[in-house]
Design a binder for this molecule. Structure first.
Ligand code: FUB
Ligand code: ZN
Length: 660
């Protein structure tokens, strides 16, 4: 959508939240330099602790692959066929960081990187270093596993972001040349490939390119890829039959095995009742669907977005926002199947869920979408990175035990400490790009209405000199102040989100208490006056939560939440085993903020009962006895996102409930 001068639109957001400033500074100071070192194979690290490192002996080689493709270095491609995307996501994260932290030294590196990528790109716009270096005759011939469009999609996203942040035209040109190459090769016209990539991503990337260039061709191509999904269930097999149906021909080991559900390609999107398959594929596809639907109004897509959203959020999501219930195929399983200890909860899936929520907010003004976005930002996604910015989770469990991870093969994918890097390193830079772009997740402007959906303190400037300054100490305190300046006294409405976790709130506008009706999670205020002062006080009581009793894994358990933050019990604060504690639904809780702990966190204590451990001389099974010794104690809990930054020990979000 073209922003005309006289149309209300957002111009700039400066994050002032202490919580988010710390993370955003961390990305600038530690995460970006560290990840660049790793991708250049200059960091003294090892991926050997990654339980899924596929026996790889190098850490990354991602930049080297580009150098080889550009003819600047000799050698073979190394790593996954989508290894390039680590570099692209990093580049995108760096691009966003320039919006709040211009850095000439870093920009030299990223400008050079754009030059390298441009040199690696072929004359026809194609760029996927694995195929260029080691399998040029197989380009676009095995799309089930090739990730070529996924890979180019990630560059397109990065190229657009980089162009928008720095004005570097070459960055955008590489992206358009890539998209043109894809457009020439894919479609239903004669001579084109009537297919699609096994991993969605290109759909959202092309829509983004459409936004940046206003060239309809890219939106149509994105729409084509969505419409084509599942239209020809034989497509992948037909390609594989020609390319070679044997293990040695596989580009990713084992990737011929999953059925089409894993690839979300078993049937057309409009026929798919619920989202199934690989969790990251699901959320990337959903993001693309919502994004394309926003510009095309395609009703089938809109319906699918709502259907998929409802199923994901109401039936397949962990309390922390994580999704993906099984390591088999890194996938969703079925409604209410939410095991806490064998789960997957990939960081990328939470990041992708935040993308999906953001797009849904463009479709409908519903607080529910912003609630999930917040859940990801403060829990499921954020837990993917350590407080030092140099260690990462791929899998984010809600219950973990180092002994079980080591000795039970069904839990070997669950780490209880974050890793330096991964054989498949999709998550670290994905989270980095979310954090550096968090300023883009706070507002949606629809006509003359501004929706403010997050309580992340910021100063936002809109057209017509309209300014909103939000101050708070969130997520630790619930007093949210908004100072609105509207010097031209334009007729504008401000929609303030009332989060699902705070049905009770108080609202004061210019000192007057107001009792506005909440409409789909927002209250709407007239902000036409030159200045408006708003105070929103949210309910920050500690809450003991329960799951829908259809969730087997959480039956008879409670979790603890305060504001948007979900808490976890860790062995670092509580003598193990954590499963021997029980918490009553009305247990007394306390809350205090501790500056010196985990970079400053709110700490909760909850009264608990602990059963005395039985002797290992006792028989394994005996009739139930009432004589088991219990002692009154308390559990100390810290925010889930901050777990595993101290002792390598047990952790549990859900706690056994004590029934009186
Ligand atoms: O397939 C590319 C990426 O690798 C996926 O998005 C992640 O889940 C990981 O499997
Ligand atoms: Zn990932």
């Amino acid at each position: 959508m073209q922003m005309t001068e006289n149309k209300l639109h957002l111009k700039h957001v400066e994050i002032t939240s202490g919580f988010w400033q710390r993370y955003r500074d961390l990305v600038v100071k530690e995460v970006l330099p560290y990840q660049w070192q790793v991708m250049n194979d200059e960091a003294d690290i090892s991926i050997s602790v990654d339980p899924q490192n596929n026996g790889q002996d190098k850490n990354s080689h991602a930049v080297a692959n580009l150098k080889i493709a550009a003819g600047q270095q000799e050698g073979h491609h190394y790593g996954f066929p989508f290894q390039d995307t680590d570099v692209y996501k990093w580049l995108e994260a760096a691009a966003y960081s320039f919006n709040y932290h211009p850095d000439a030294d870093l920009q030299k590196i990223t400008d050079n990187l754009i030059n390298l990528i441009a040199d690696a790109q072929e004359d026809d716009g194609y760029l996927s270093t694995y195929f260029q270096i080691d399998a040029p005759e197989r380009k676009f011939k095995r799309l089930q596993q090739s990730h070529e469009l996924y890979t180019m999609g990630h560059y397109i996203e990065a190229g657009v972001a980089y162009y928008q942040a720095t004005g570097n035209q070459k960055a955008l040109d590489v992206a358009t040349r890539m998209a043109d190459c894809i457009d020439r090769n894919f479609g239903l016209e004669d001579g084109k490939i009537p297919g699609l990539d096994g991993h969605p991503e290109i759909e959202l990337a092309l829509t983004r390119l459409y936004e940046a260039t206003q060239n309809d061709k890219y939106l149509k191509l994105a729409h084509y890829f969505l419409n084509q999904r599942g239209q020809d269930p034989e497509f992948f097999d037909k390609q594989i039959a020609i390319d070679g149906n044997s293990d040695e021909r596989d580009i990713i080991r084992g990737m011929r095995e999953p059925d089409l559900t894993y690839f979300l390609a078993a049937e057309p999107i409009k026929n798919q009742k619920v989202p199934q398959g690989h969790a990251v594929r699901v959320v990337y596809l959903c993001t693309g669907m919502a994004y394309v639907a926003r510009y095309t109004g395609d009703q089938d897509l809109l319906d699918a977005c709502h259907r998929f959203w409802t199923d994901l959020v109401r039936r397949q999501m962990y309390i922390t926002g994580n999704i993906g219930s099984t390591t088999q195929g890194e996938a969703l399983t079925y409604a209410y199947d939410l095991p806490n200890d064998t789960m997957y909860g990939e960081t990328c899936a939470s990041v992708g869920m935040a993308f999906f929520a953001r797009q849904m907010l463009h479709l409908d003004a519903k607080g529910e979408y912003a609630d999930v976005l917040e859940k990801e930002l403060f829990n499921g996604a954020l837990s993917g990175m350590s407080l030092d910015g140099k260690h990462f989770f791929y899998v984010n469990p809600l219950e973990a035990d180092p002994v079980e991870s080591q000795l039970n093969p069904d839990k070997s994918h669950v780490l209880t400490h974050r890793a330096d890097w991964f054989g498949c390193a999709c998550c670290p830079a994905n989270l980095a790009r979310l954090i550096t772009s968090v300023d883009q997740y706070l507002y949606t402007v629809d006509g003359q209405t501004i929706l403010s959906h997050q309580f992340i303190a910021n100063q936002a400037t809109f057209a017509d000199e309209l300014q909103i300054t939000q101050t708070n100490n969130f997520p630790w305190e619930g007093n949210i102040h908004y100072a609105v300046k509207n010097p031209q006294e334009k007729a504008v409405k401000l929609g303030l989100r009332i989060p699902g976790w705070s049905p009770k709130f108080t609202l004061t506008v210019n000192g007057q208490v107001r009792t506005e009706v909440v409409q789909d999670g927002f209250i709407y205020l007239d902000i036409q006056a030159a200045t408006t002062d708003i105070d929103l006080v949210l309910d920050m009581q500690v809450k003991l939560m329960q799951a829908n009793n259809r969730v087997n894994a959480d039956f008879g358990k409670v979790a603890i939440q305060r504001g948007p933050i979900v808490y976890a019990a860790e062995e670092a604060d509580n003598p193990a085993p954590l499963w021997q504690y029980q918490v009553a639904a009305d247990a007394k809780t306390t809350y205090h903020y501790e500056q010196s702990l985990l970079n400053g966190v709110g700490v909760i204590t909850v009264a608990a009962n602990k059963q005395a451990a039985m002797s290992d001389q006792q028989v394994l099974y005996a009739p139930v006895s009432t004589g088991v010794e219990n002692s009154e104690t308390e559990l100390t809990l810290v925010p889930y996102y901050a777990w595993a930054n101290r002792l390598n020990g047990q952790m549990s979000v859900w706690l056994n409930r004590q029934y009186h």
